[in-house]
Design a protein around this ligand. Structure first.
Ligand code: BGC
Length: 749
């Protein structure tokens, strides 16, 4: 019989057997049981090799004409030895491979297509650290919904996002991919991403699987060097690094990815404690776990496995279901079972979880449901998506300083635009920009400003490159600065100075950029200089802070970035972003974050220079710009702080409120933050912890009472193998920045 016809019959047979029909596409939560039965029936037909095949993922590549897949990988797909592919997208690319899997293999099991859809797919939103600066959960959910719409229209079923690693070291390039330093903010944002990508019904053609990564501790790499060792005690692991992952599980995330690093001596990809004990047994996660890229093989380099075969055994035993790119499962799992080293049950479990995900997506109903040319054409770069990205870019911008109301700009004045990133369309979409276009689709800051100012009022000089030693163009830049009313400088990093394998030991502006701003300041001492920054990490801006009158942090603002940033510069959008991460004064302060511990020798507030205290002799302990900081063109007054009670017991809810008044001249948003300090604990507690926030809008002169509800659950922490809630004294505050002193207290009895 012709092979194609044969496989078609097998597929038909399977469809009858497994009851695959549209009626089964109920909500993902309700369908676990019926799909279990279908998976059972399918697995009863599968050989051990085919089951192992589901645990294997390979990567395609991309050329000008579309996705490329090696002939070896095609062969493996046709043999039924591949469960998923990454880095292949587009309707044509995914359809061709899916056809191979469905029509040319014995059982016709569809492939999963995964991709790094990190901050947008084609329409690129600000980088994730920037998105976190919006503190706008609705916007983040909406952005990831849009990313899922676009990615699913190009054949993608699964994103390797969100990255929910807490990161407190700006040297680490991947700080750009996460939500920053804070546990509470990071956890809330993790949920928003998961909801956005997965929607509330995975069986819809426009929802995709999300993946919480990298489990766990990746952001704590020693010295900020990517992939480096991670050592941390239970307190830090449980109270800081695990919560955003737990929040992702609570939000229903379907998959997890391992981290490259070791955790306390055991590489994550072979770490039973984190995957079996915590993720599966304690948290009840029943989705599947994929390794990071070639991470099984790396167990050998870590010095944890003696060879790749041993590594394969350790990974499956640790609870890892799918092997991204190591080829280890394909090569060794069957042998390991035959030798009695790996229980076949582990492979059955892994295969079952992966098949369940495919059922939930509806791929057994219609393996081509994500391959629709019409949708692909209609969806990608939809005007409303570009508009949403513009809005995000504005909301993510953080006004770090604004002396003498140098911003907003006035449309009557002439502007000198100076700097290597003014006309840039390549870097502006940032790192991990999925299928984003670096060749011209993005709107530069220059183009954004052209929406507000006629060309006669704009002059431009590049001044210097992002990197390099050359200052030949400083002269031009100085001339341009002299001829305009105000100077706007657009400086920053190259997009690939952050992201994976992009750690820096120097977090200043690269190249001659600081010298450029110094030269301009010297040439036009009395002119306003507005510094617009694009970068993927907190930078050391100590010098720039003394040179510029205003600083606007725009991160890498994405495809519509130029428009969004111009909206802020000209006051169409009053900036509301707040830092999700601390900006140090100098590299030597790292790690520096707002919710540190007090130490036994904190600096006395009235005598910061006192000897033998926990301080530096050369710089203050305080950062340049703290977590939660961000200015507005208006001002907000916080008054009428109220607590519903001074004493609560374990079952009470404490209501904490404050009245916020817009006391300035512009309407605007404020991000109102709730902080708590647990004064005495069985293990020491941070000096302050964010426990809530609300983004509110106030017209000028308007007041609003903002209320938070605190329960004892909000005060729990992990100590000695369990989460505990301890009675005692707490301080509490409602503020607009993490830089404040507590004035109010309550007692938990
Ligand atoms: C990264 C992951 C990413 C994977 C697939 C790895 O190098 O660490 O975050 O999802 O590649 O592209």
């Amino acid at each position: 019989m012709n092979k194609l016809i044969k496989s078609y019959i097998v597929v038909l047979f399977l469809m009858v057997l497994t009851g695959c029909n549209k009626a089964n596409n109920a909500k993902s939560k309700e369908i676990v049981t019926p799909f279990n039965a279908q998976v059972d029936s399918l697995m009863a037909l599968m050989t051990l090799q085919e089951k192992i095949g589901q645990t294997v993922m390979y990567s395609g590549g991309w050329s000008i004409t579309g996705p490329t897949v090696s002939s070896n990988n095609k062969k493996f797909i046709k043999e039924g030895n591949v469960g998923a592919m990454l880095n292949v997208y587009s309707v044509k690319g995914t359809r061709d491979l899916q056809k191979m899997a469905v029509e040319e293999t014995r059982l016709g099991i569809p492939l999963l297509f995964g991709y790094d859809v990190i901050h947008g797919f084609k329409t690129i939103f600000p980088i994730n650290l920037g998105l976190a600066a919006s503190w706008d959960l609705e916007d983040i959910e909406k952005g990831s919904r849009i990313a899922a719409e676009e990615a699913s229209a190009e054949g993608i079923h699964w994103t390797f996002a969100p990255m929910v690693d807490i990161a407190r070291d700006p040297r680490w390039g991947r700080i750009s991919e996460g939500a920053g330093e804070d546990v509470y903010l990071g956890s809330e944002i993790a949920k928003a991403y998961v909801k956005g990508f997965q929607g509330n019904d995975l069986s819809k053609y426009n929802t995709i699987l999300a993946c919480a990564k990298h489990f766990v501790g990746y952001g704590a790499a020693q010295a900020g060097r990517d992939y480096h060792t991670v050592n941390m005690g239970d307190d830090e692991l449980q109270n800081v690094y695990l919560p955003p992952f737990k929040a992702s599980v609570n939000a229903g995330v379907e998959t997890f990815m391992t981290a490259f690093n070791e955790v306390n001596g055991v590489p994550a990809t072979g770490n039973k404690f984190i995957f079996r004990d915590i993720l599966r047994d304690q948290w009840g996660f029943n989705g599947f776990v994929v390794t990071d890229y070639t991470a099984i093989n790396e167990l050998v380099m870590h010095g944890f496995a003696k060879d790749r075969k041993h590594a394969t055994e350790l990974a499956i035993k640790a609870g890892i279901d799918q092997d991204m790119m190591s080829s280890a499962n394909r090569q060794y799992l069957e042998e390991l079972v035959n030798e009695g080293k790996v229980d076949v049950k582990l492979i059955n479990d892994a295969c079952r979880r992966i098949l369940l995900a495919k059922y939930k997506l509806g791929l057994f109903d219609d393996p081509y449901r994500y391959c629709d040319e019409q949708r692909e054409k209609a969806i990608v770069y939809k005007p409303e998506f570009l508009e949403a990205a513009r809005h995000s870019a504005a909301m993510c911008s953080v006004l770090l300083k604004n002396d003498d109301e140098s911003l907003p700009l006035n449309t009557n004045q002439s502007i000198a635009l100076i700097g290597p990133l003014v006309k840039d369309k390549e870097n502006i979409i940032g790192n991990w920009a999925a299928a984003g276009d670096r060749k011209g689709k993005a709107i530069s800051i220059y183009e954004g400003i052209q929406e507000y100012l006629s060309n006669s009022k704009i002059s431009f000089a590049k001044g210097c490159e992002i990197e390099g030693k050359n200052d030949n163009d400083f002269k031009d830049a100085i001339n341009v600065a002299r001829s305009a009313d105000k100077v706007v400088m657009v400086l920053g990093e190259d997009y690939d100075m952050s992201g994976e394998a992009a750690s820096r030991t120097n977090i200043k502006l690269p190249g001659r950029q600081t010298d450029l701003i110094k030269a301009i300041r010297k040439a036009v001492p009395n002119k306003k200089i507005i510094l617009v920054l694009m970068n993927g990490r907190p930078l050391d801006l100590s010098e720039e802070d003394t040179l510029a009158d205003a600083i606007l942090e725009t991160w890498f603002p994405g495809t519509s970035g130029g428009y969004g940033v111009a909206d802020v510069l000209f006051g169409k959008y009053n900036p509301s972003g707040k830092l999700p991460v601390t900006f140090p004064r100098t590299l030597g302060q790292i790690p520096i974050y707002y919710n540190m511990k007090n130490t036994g020798r904190p600096i006395p507030p009235n005598n910061p220079k006192e000897d033998y205290k926990s301080n530096y002799i050369d710089v203050p302990n305080t950062p340049l710009y703290p977590f939660g900081h961000g200015l507005s063109y208006t001002t907000f007054k916080y008054s009428d702080f109220k607590l519903s009670s001074d004493i609560i017991n374990i079952s009470d809810t404490l209501s904490v409120s404050s009245t916020i008044t817009n006391t300035g001249d512009y309407d605007g948003h404020e991000i109102v933050q709730l902080y708590v300090h647990d004064k005495v604990g069985s293990i020491t507690r941070p000096v302050k912890e964010l426990k809530g926030f609300q983004k509110i809008f106030l017209k000028k002169g308007e007041s609003k009472e903002v209320q938070f509800q605190l329960t004892s659950k909000d005060l729990e922490f992990y100590n000695n193998k369990a989460f505990v809630i301890e009675s005692g004294d707490f301080e509490v505050a409602i503020t607009g920045t993490s830089n404040f002193d507590f004035q109010h207290a309550f007692k938990l009895e």
